[in-house]
Each structure stands twice: as C-alpha cells, then as structure tokens.
Design a protein around this ligand. Structure first.
Ligand code: IMP
Length: 191
C-alpha cells in the first residue's frame, strides 16, 4: 500500500535507463491541471441539469477518469469510438464511428472529452455529428493541443496543455496501442 509520501516507482520499464521516452508533462503537472479543469467545469455547469460527459475512445479514458472525479456535480458518462481511415499517423479527415453512444443526447448539456487535438479533423467531424443530435449545449475539453499541426479550426473550450509538434504518448495516448498506461506524457527521444 502506498502512502502520499511514497516515492514514485523507479523501476517501471519506461523509466529504465536509457529512457525510451523523454518526459514532456509530469505526473504532478497533469494532476494539478486536471484538478483545475474539473474546478472550472464544476463552476461553469453548476445548476445545469442533464450534464453528459462523453469520452472519445480510447485515448481520453485515463484523462476522463481523473477529470470527472474533480467535477463535483451530478453527471452521466458515455463513450464514443472513433477511427480515422488511412495511415494511422496522418489524420485524413475521413472518420468513422466504431462505437456509438449508449443513449440519445437530445436536450443534454454535453462535454466532449478528447485526448488531443492535432490536425483537428477528428474532433471537427465528431462535434458536427453530435450537434445533429440536438443537445442543449456542446463544449469540447481536450487534454492536449498541437497548434502547429492545425488544419481545421476547432474551438477548444477547456484545454489542458498546448504542446509542440511532437508525437506524444502516455496518460491515454498511444503508439500502435502501446504506452497508454505511461503515467506521464512523454515523447520519443531522438536516437
Ligand atoms: P486529428 O484528427 O489530427 O486532430 O487527430 C486526432 C487523433 O489522432 C487523436 O485523438 C489521437 O488519437 C491521434 N493523435 C494525434 N496526435 C497524437 C500524438 O501525438 N500521440 C498520440 N496520438 C495522437
């Protein structure tokens, strides 16, 4: 059993020397920013009925899990699965829903939780699709944003961190489905 004063585990494989990933955003910085976002959402949605927090699978799952524990309001969770066609590392803008929401969102106050807005194609498609279902309101909360890669203008209502144009992993983000469980956000180091 760990205690609040326990040191972070040093022997996790991804922390071994030479580290395969350089740390971009620490565990502590993520936790502090997620708490701030949760407090902001709590203030903004206080008194609103029918709040639905929608996680975009799979990348947002860890962020969403932490975030909702800082939203001190009644809310319902739902999930939507999205995949882009084509080369997985280049967003084509052609998007497919692989798993739909479990309930209608008509009349609900929807908060879409994303891991990262890169080119913006995926989330632009998703927001357009969800808007056709006539929610009372719809806002976007993204952990990360890479503005240098932007191809579609997307309004991010709640943003964790702006990051440089690097491919990042951890805290839900993957390379070929791996490293989502990295507790910090890292990037692949140049050899
Ligand atoms: P977009 O359509 O280009 O904005 O891409 C959005 C999706 O691409 C995200 O939801 C991620 O799944 C993936 N993605 C974009 N950049 C990264 C990255 O740096 N690391 C991991 N996944 C990424």
């Amino acid at each position: 059993m760990g205690s609040p004063s326990s040191p972070r585990p040093a022997a996790l494989p991804w922390n071994r020397s030479p580290a395969p990933f350089a740390e971009l955003i620490s565990v502590e910085a993520i936790a502090a920013r997620v708490a701030e976002l949760g407090a902001q959402l709590t203030a903004d949605y206080a008194g609103k009925p029918d709040v639905v927090v929608i996680g975009v699978l799979k990348g947002s799952v860890i962020f969403l899990s932490d975030l909702v524990r800082h939203i001190a309001l009644p809310c319902v969770l739902d999930f939507i699965g999205i995949s882009s066609y084509g080369d997985a590392s280049v967003s084509s803008g052609v998007v497919q829903i692989t798993q739909d929401l479990s309930r209608p969102i008509e009349g609900k106050h929807v908060i879409v939780v994303e891991d990262i807005v890169d080119t913006g194609h995926t989330v632009a498609y998703l927001l357009e699709n969800l808007a056709t279902r006539r929610p009372a309101s719809i806002k976007l909360c993204s952990l990360l944003h890479k503005p240098d890669r932007s191809e579609r203008e997307v309004k991010i209502d709640y943003l964790g961190f702006t990051i440089p144009n690097k491919f990042v992993v951890g805290y839900g983000l993957d390379i070929s489905q791996q490293y989502r469980n990295l507790p910090f956000i890292g990037f692949v180091q140049d050899p």
